[in-house]
Design a protein. Structure first.
Length: 337
């Protein structure tokens, strides 16, 4: 076991990578050297880590032999292009969903499902779930273990940072132009993001589902280790820069007392449940910029004695990507590499 580790990061330099570097410092991760990587020319010549600038390097021709852990915060195409090479020399922790159907690549979320650490060496790769799947599974794991869930219906209200820095820039630009009575042209998203909401994150398949909606269904079933759970997912883009809120309805195997549910959530690692049934967390005031998951508006369904409704909020970048990836890396260096 080493005392310090060389870390490579590829992805959104002004989003996931920046948040990961912040959390690596906050959590005192034993970093020897940091290698931020970019595919092609980058707008950023350097990034800050522990108060010092670190040069951004081109991934083409990069020497992976000097890396211990590589964080991939990229799209599926980029991950498929570079992760096989990287995994020949270091452990790849991937957030793209590229390996969801690969049985040799475990899907791991710390505090939810950690069984895959025993098998990652077959591929030298580990998948972490999407931010939507991560906050949902953390919120529901204890309920599923103690009570049992038959069905989950979730509407995820995604900020534009689901598309990274480009999404944030798009919303800011559209807002400024519209407030100045100027026209806009939609490119990154299928519709105008400013002053608008629309139920589409990514392209639809022939059945009308998006890849991210299908991904959530598959990831939640795997992480909760229950392929029989019925899951309905709708993902909506809202005009916010960061954060993800979810309106969730679950059906349990039998009617449960609300206090029993509240106690289960209070005992869940990484979860904060607001005290009053009439209270709820806000993306802006409660979760953006940190790695907490907060739940509010916990209430029983009006028409189904086995139904529960709740509101879940988290920062899709700090919690959904950076914190989950680092927690996996911490477990790796603690016992496995």
């Amino acid at each position: 076991m080493k005392s310090e580790y060389n870390i490579a990061l590829i992805g959104d330099l002004n989003g996931a990578i920046e948040a990961t570097l912040d959390l690596l410092t906050q959590r005192d991760f034993p970093v020897a050297k940091i290698f931020p990587l970019s595919e092609g020319e980058s707008d950023n010549a350097s990034v800050m880590f522990s108060g010092k600038p670190v040069d951004v390097l081109e991934i083409d021709g990069f020497d992976w032999q000097k890396i211990d852990i590589a964080f991939f915060f990229t799209d599926i195409e980029t991950t498929n292009k570079w992760a096989p090479l990287a995994s020949e020399h270091c452990v790849v922790i991937d957030n793209s969903g590229a390996f969801l159907s690969d049985e040799n690549v475990p899907l791991i979320q710390v505090d939810v499902n950690e069984t895959g650490f025993s098998s990652f060496s077959a591929s030298n790769k580990i998948s972490i779930p999407s931010s939507e799947s991560a906050q949902l599974c953390l919120a529901l794991k204890q309920l599923h273990q103690e009570i049992g869930l038959v069905r989950i219906s979730v509407s995820s209200y995604q900020s534009v940072s689901v598309a990274g820095k480009a999404g944030v820039t798009t919303l800011a630009g559209e807002t400024a132009r519209l407030l100045n009575a100027k026209s806009i042209e939609t490119k990154l998203f299928p519709q105008q993001t400013a002053f608008n909401v629309f139920p589409q994150v990514g392209e639809f398949n022939d059945d009308g589902h998006s890849l991210s909606e299908v991904r959530l269904v598959n990831e939640v079933r795997r992480l909760l280790n229950d392929p029989s759970i019925l899951i309905a997912s709708t993902q909506v883009v809202v005009p916010m820069f960061y954060g993800c809120a979810q309106s969730v309805h679950v059906q349990t195997h039998y009617p449960v007392d609300l206090e029993e549910v509240a106690q289960s959530l209070h005992h869940s690692e990484g979860i904060t449940l607001v005290k009053s049934v009439c209270d709820y967390p806000s993306i802006i005031t409660d979760v953006v910029g940190n790695d907490s998951v907060q739940i509010g508006r916990l209430r029983q369904d009006l028409c189904d004695a086995s139904g529960l409704n709740l509101w879940i909020c988290a920062d899709n970048v700090y919690f959904g990507v950076a914190s989950n990836a680092i927690k996996v890396a911490e477990k790796l260096i603690g016992s496995h590499i």
